[in-house]
Every structure is written in C-alpha cells, then in structure tokens.
Ligand binder design. Structure first.
Ligand code: HSE
Length: 311
C-alpha cells in the first residue's frame, strides 16, 4: 500500500569517537532532524520549506543533502515522481553532530517508506552517503551509517562498504556540548595531513582496536584510555575556543574521556550514569560560557533505533 505523505525523524550522531576517524560513530536520541515528504502528483522534487536552519540551507535540490540523497535513490531505481519536502532542522548546521547526514538519511528513509520500496538499510546507505558528500566534499559514512542503522557502528572498509554494528555497554551515557559556532566539515578536513608517519598509524590503530575491544567487553578503563586521536584532534582542537577547558571540565567531573564530535565544534564525553552525564554536560557548558560563547548541552544514551516514522 502506498502512502501520500510521511514524516520521519533521523537522529544526530557522534562520529570519529576519538580514534575512529571516518570509521566509527554512534547515534544519539536527541537532537535530530524531521522531514515531511508529500507525493505532489507531478514530476518535480521541490523543497517547500526549511526551518531551524537560520536560513542558511539551500532550497536548490542539487545542493541540499536530503534531496541529493533522494535523487540518487530515485535515479538508481528509475523512479520518476514529484515530491514536496519540508525540512525541520533541530540541530545546528556545522555543529559536528551529523546534521547533513541526518537530513540525507531522513530523506531516503522517508522515500523508501512513502513509495513502499522495501529497500534494506544497506541499499539506502549509498544514497545517504551521496547526499552527505555534497556537504562535506568527502566520502565518509561515520555519521550516515550510525544515523541510519542506529547504535555504535564501525565502518570496517569503504570499498566495498562494510558496516559492523558493535555491541556496547547499555549504561554508557554521552554528554555533548555544542559551542555555538559553525565549523564546516570540508574546511576541517582540508587542514588534516594527507599522509601520516607509520608510528602515528600504529598508535591510531591501537587506540581504535582498544575502543572496539573495550565496548565489546564492557571494559570502561579500556574505553577511557582508548579515546585518543592522533589524526584529527591535534589539528582541529585549535578550531574550538576553550577546547582544553571544556575537556578538563569533563574529565574533572568524572568523564571516561572527552573528545571532538565529528569535525566539531561539539564535544562529547562518556560516563556511566545519567546523573554524572548531566553534571559533566553542565560543567562543559560552563567552560563554553566562561570562554564568552553561547552553547547548549545534550545528554543521551546511544540510540539503537536510527530513524523512525513519526506519522
Ligand atoms: N569523519 C568526518 C570528519 C566526520 O571528521 O571529517 C565529519 O562529521
């Protein structure tokens, strides 16, 4: 049975998670984006309204991550249909919380349901990645994959894409602070070294493996000491005002560890109780405010559902 319209939610996500540059990420319960798609009976795809974006996102369908992802999907399956699209952004653009990925995932997830295509999440993934590419100018799935599949995701490889859903301790809480500045992922990628010394590659692989092992065996000490990034953090920390103060606030309030969420400016910290996670979040926010910026916090467990139909 085909529907006429649908509204979906797709979650924010934390990518990189310290040592997992371009290869690890997890979904959050909040924030997230909402997209409503209506079959318009014609043949054109139109973005009718975007809210919550401070008027910065493009209505041009070849530039918006949601509509690029949708067009990629429709083209592959040779489907011609007209759609009216309403996008409600519920997280900052360039926040490091996978905002562009959430819109891309919401778009393809909604179209799959709306047109009753019955495509698997694996089949949707390549189109969400195509949407994300428009924003970050890089092929990386460490936001779209956790957003689409839910949970904690490892991208074992890209050619072909190989997604591994990792088990994780269910009492792991994440505190996020989002300092209210924008960092464009493409800019934050441009400053990274294209080659790394062997010693650095070994250190990164050791920490990434340690994080996976720590998650699977619920070894919090191992998780804590593995959240170290030798690739992106050394270059990107300087883009985040009061980076050291925010991190110190998280650690001195009992966080397992703290690092940059995606390409920043948001930062995440893990802990193992809701009370502690809230306390850590408040301490991180105080450092942001002390540094003269506005900010907001989110406290969430890892979201194991991914996108959902709202109506
Ligand atoms: N892995 C990507 C990066 C995530 O750090 O550039 C961007 O959100």
């Amino acid at each position: 049975m085909s529907l006429k319209k649908i509204k979906v939610f797709a979650p924010a996500s934390v990518s990189n998670v310290g040592p997992g540059f371009d290869m690890m990420g997890f979904a959050l319960n909040k924030p997230g984006d909402e997209i409503e798609i209506i079959l318009n009976g014609g043949s054109e795809i139109k973005i009718k309204k975007i809210s919550g974006d401070n008027s910065v996102l493009p209505y041009y369908i070849d530039k918006n991550t949601a509509t690029v992802a949708i067009q990629s999907l429709l083209k592959k399956y040779n489907i011609k249909t007209g759609l009216d699209i309403v996008i409600n952004k519920k997280m900052g653009i360039g926040s490091g919380l996978g905002s562009s990925a959430a819109s891309a995932v919401a778009g393809v997830f909604a179209v799959n349901k709306l047109l009753n295509l019955k495509l698997s999440k694996y089949e949707l993934l390549e189109h969400a990645i195509a949407g994300e590419f428009i924003a970050s100018k890089g092929i990386h799935a460490d936001n779209v994959a956790p957003c689409l599949f839910g949970g904690f995701v490892l991208i074992r490889g890209y050619d072909p894409i190989d997604i591994v859903q990792l088990d994780y301790p269910k009492n792991l809480y994440c505190s996020i602070v989002y300092p209210d500045i924008e960092i464009k992922t493409c800019d934050a990628r441009a400053i990274l070294d294209k080659n790394v010394p062997l010693k650095t590659a070994i250190a990164q692989a050791g920490n990434a493996s340690g994080l996976v092992a720590g998650l699977l065996t619920k070894n919090f000490d191992l998780i804590s000491r593995s959240i170290v990034d030798h690739l992106a953090e050394p270059k990107r920390a300087q883009l985040i005002p009061c980076y050291n103060e925010i991190r110190e606030a998280a650690l001195s309030n009992g966080a397992l560890n703290c690092n940059i969420s995606g390409s920043g400016p948001s930062m995440f910290a893990f802990s193992i109780s809701k009370d502690k996670a809230q306390k850590i979040g408040r301490a991180m926010l105080r450092s942001v405010v002390k540094g003269g910026l506005k900010g907001r916090i989110y406290v969430s467990k890892i979201n194991d559902k991914g996108p959902v139909v709202l109506k």
